[in-house]
Design a protein around this ligand. Structure first.
Ligand code: SAM
Length: 207
C-alpha cells in the first residue's frame, strides 16, 4: 500500500475502527502497556491510530504518538482531550519511515498492528531501532501469514484486497526480524485464536 491508499483506507476506518478491528485486538495493547508500565519512561507509539492504547499507560509513562492518517490521529486527539490523558505528551502527523526524533530519544517504541500496513517495513524497523535507546524495548503485535490451514487459505485469498482492507493479510514474520540492532527476547501468540503475535525486542548497542 502506498501513502495515498493508507490515508484513503484509514479515512474509512477512523469512525468505525474502535467498534470493529479495535475491539478484537485488545490483548496486544494490554500486554504491551503492561510491559511498558512495569518500567515507565518515555514511549513512542508508532501508528497510534485512534489511540486505543493511550489510556492503558500509567501516569509515570510519557507517551508520544505518531500516525500517517489525519483521520485516525484526529480520533486519538479527541480521546486524549475527552479522557484527560495528561501523560500523552504529543500526537503528530508523521511517517514511520522518517521519524522526526533524535537518535536514542525513547526508552520504548511500540508498533501495534501496523507492520503489515506500512510500506517498507524494513525502513520502519530501522527507524524504530534508531530512536530507541540501547537497552530499551521495541514491542510489536501483528498478524503474520500462516502457511497452512484455514487461516493460511484465508490470508492468501484476501491478499489482493490490501488497499481496501487497510493491511496485507499475507504479511510474513521475517520482515520484522532483519534489523540487527533489535534482538528478539519474547514471542507469544495472542487471543483470540492466536491470530496476532506479540514480539518483544531489546535494542542492542551494536549495529
Ligand atoms: C490497524 S491500525 C493500528 C492502530 C493502532 N496502533 C491500534 O493498535 O489500534 C494501523 C495504523 O497504522 C497507520 N500507518 C500506516 N502506515 C503508516 C506510516 N508509514 N507511518 C505512520 N503510521 C502509519 C495507519 O494510519 C493506521 O492508523
Amino acid at each position: 500500500m502506498n501513502e495515498d491508499a493508507i490515508a484513503r483506507s484509514y479515512r474509512r476506518w477512523a469512525p468505525i475502527y474502535d467498534q470493529t478491528f479495535g475491539k478484537i485486538t485488545h490483548a496486544g495493547r494490554h500486554r504491551a502497556a503492561h510491559q511498558i508500565n512495569s518500567s515507565g519512561g518515555a514511549v513512542l507509539e508508532v501508528g497510534v491510530g485512534t489511540g486505543l492504547a493511550l489510556s492503558l499507560y500509567q501516569p509515570h509513562v510519557e507517551v508520544t504518538g505518531i500516525d500517517l492518517s489525519p483521520d485516525m490521529l484526529e480520533q486519538a486527539q479527541a480521546r486524549t482531550l475527552r479522557d484527560g490523558l495528561r501523560h500523552v505528551k504529543g500526537l503528530h502527523l508523521m511517517d514511520a519511515r522518517t521519524l522526526g526524533f533524535a537518535d536514542e530519544s525513547f526508552d520504548h517504541v511500540v508498533a501495534l498492528h501496523i507492520m503489515s500496513v506500512v510500506p517498507e517495513p524494513d525502513r520502519v524497523m530501522a527507524e524504530m531501532a534508531r530512536v530507541c535507546r540501547p537497552g530499551g524495548t521495541v514491542l510489536i503485535t501483528n498478524h503474520f501469514a500462516h502457511q497452512t490451514g484455514v487461516w493460511g487459505y484465508a490470508a492468501k485469498a484476501a491478499a489482493p484486497l490490501a488497499d481496501a482492507l487497510g493491511w496485507h493479510s499475507d504479511f510474513e514474520r521475517h520482515h520484522v526480524m532483519r534489523e540487527p540492532r533489535l534482538e528478539l527476547v519474547e514471542e507469544h501468540r495472542l487471543p483470540p485464536l492466536g491470530l496476532m503475535t506479540y514480539l518483544r525486542f531489546r535494542r542492542v548497542d551494536h549495529a
